[in-house]
Design a protein around this ligand. Structure first.
Ligand code: CU
Length: 460
């Protein structure tokens, strides 16, 4: 019969290698799911195990698992990847399962876990499960708690997800190089049942802060850079290539952020106050929480913030270090504000035809400038809104609150339609001159007047 004949032929075609793969799969190695899209993946609703409200990883995804006799099994592959940091700007990184950062791992408190790690890097590696309670030998510190995973080998990590919280994973072998190349991933452990300090939320987002030093025009990060990075990322993306956080009006929203750069990042949200409800140490006690609009996230820390999104609009959310909302730029540029360049440019261009004038009125012109860029980089200040250039790059995105965003819909509703009369506008009435204090005709210079002692003055 045709079917059996086709099966027979297929079996022959697959030959011995096919059988070998099939046997090793039966022996227990779960499929390594690879994702190469830079889109924010839909939340992974748990197909097995305890139910929970899954997280959304900005420009990332959650790793599927399989249940094997009550154990959740994952397969991570450490490998070189190519990450699109923004359209037209791709960087050779190292990561996991096709991406930097690697996929988010989402489990439930009490889950028994088995994580296979295959090393396809050109050097050895390990994975450290940052923030977890686990047997010492599962902590992933090369040399200290395990031999490093040699090139081409697969190691198994087995532990229980003992406490709920916001965690991450990264190598603990040739760490400086491997993290500078983008090896890291997010980890969320949901509480098993109702937890007194963990609220139920409608939206739960997560991302890692990471940074690279990629010379404009080149494709590979400089791994020896210690502090002077030029590409400030959320999940290895820069604005405007970082997706917005799209929520429905009055949603309770949790945002989980981890910092694997070499400096701290004060993360600031416009239009709302939030509470820090958790760290990598777990949920914070409610009595310790206070409202903020900026929270500093130090190196190696996680913060989870929560708010009710009760103000409609397009709210900026960004690192408050202004150099971190810029893309690649030269830092050796002198400040030119206030310097009159008129008549100079032409003369300079006679000897240096590429000379370009920038900065004598500030640098806002850069946001709108169609400047010739080297082949592989991101414009320094970019992103366009409905009213013009945002003059932002790097660690910036938009928190979009909409009345008509459907529950469970994470798509971008486009620019906010401001109600009439609610946008800052040009003043159309009279503009009287600013009132300044008048000096008295016989007054001494202001500075001298200011320092004159009161006592002497009155005895005059
Ligand atoms: Cu920053």
């Amino acid at each position: 019969m045709i079917t059996s004949r086709r099966q027979f032929l297929a079996g022959t075609a697959a030959s011995v290698t096919g059988l070998v793969v099939a046997r090793s799969a039966l022996a227990g190695l779960p499929e390594a799911v690879i994702q190469t899209s830079v889109e924010t993946a839909a939340p992974l609703v748990p197909p097995t195990g305890h139910p929970y409200n899954p997280v959304v990883t900005l420009n990332g995804w959650t790793l599927p698992w399989r249940m094997n006799k009550g154990v959740k099994e994952f397969h991570l592959v450490a490998e070189p990847v190519v990450r699109e940091v923004s359209p037209g700007f791709v960087v050779n990184m190292w990561g996991y399962n096709g991406q930097s950062p690697g996929p988010t791992i989402e489990v439930v408190e009490g889950d028994k876990l088995r994580i296979f790690v295959t090393n396809k890097l050109p050097e050895h590696t390990t994975i450290h499960w940052h923030g977890q309670r686990l047997p010492n030998g599962m902590d992933g510190v090369g040399g200290l708690t395990q031999p490093a995973i040699p090139v081409g080998k697969t190691f198994v990590y087995e532990f229980e997800a003992r406490r709920p919280g916001t965690f991450m994973y990264h190598p603990h072998a040739d760490e400086m190089v491997q993290m500078a190349m983008g090896m890291m991933g997010f980890w969320v452990t949901h509480p098993k049942g109702k937890h007194p300090h963990i609220a139920t939320v409608e939206r739960d987002f997560c991302f890692l802060l990471n940074a690279f030093d990629v010379e404009p025009g080149s494709h590979t990060p400089k791994i020896n850079t210690m502090t002077d990075f030029n590409i400030w990322c959320w999940n290895s993306r820069v604005f405007p290539a970082i997706d917005s956080l799209n929520v429905r009006l009055n949603d309770r929203v949790r945002i989980r952020i981890g910092n694997l750069t070499m400096t701290n990042h004060p993360i600031h949200l416009h239009g709302h106050e939030f509470l820090v409800t958790g760290t990598d140490g777990g949920p914070t006690p409610p009595s310790s929480r206070w409202h903020e609009v900026t929270t500093d996230i130090a190196v190696g820390q996680m913060r989870q913030i929560e708010l009710v999104a009760d103000e409609e609009g397009d709210w900026a959310m960004h690192c408050h270090k202004s150099h971190h909302t810029m893309n690649a730029m030269g830092h050796d540029v002198p400040t030119m504000i206030g310097v009159d360049h008129r008549g100079l440019v032409g003369k300079i261009q006679q000897v240096a035809p590429d000379y370009m004038l920038m900065g004598e009125r500030g640098m806002a012109d850069m946001g709108d400038m169609e400047m010739p860029l080297p082949d592989n980089t991101a414009p320094m200040m970019t992103g366009r809104g409905q009213y013009g250039p945002l003059e932002m790059g790097g660690m910036f995105t938009v928190f979009k609150v909409r009345k008509d965003q459907k529950p469970g819909d994470y798509s971008d509703a486009g620019p906010f339609r401001h109600p009439p009369g609610t946008v800052a506008r040009e003043w159309q009435g009279d503009a009287p001159p600013a009132t300044r204090s008048e000096p008295t005709p016989d007054a001494a210079p202001a500075a001298a007047t200011a320092v004159k002692p009161i006592g002497k003055h009155t005895s005059h």
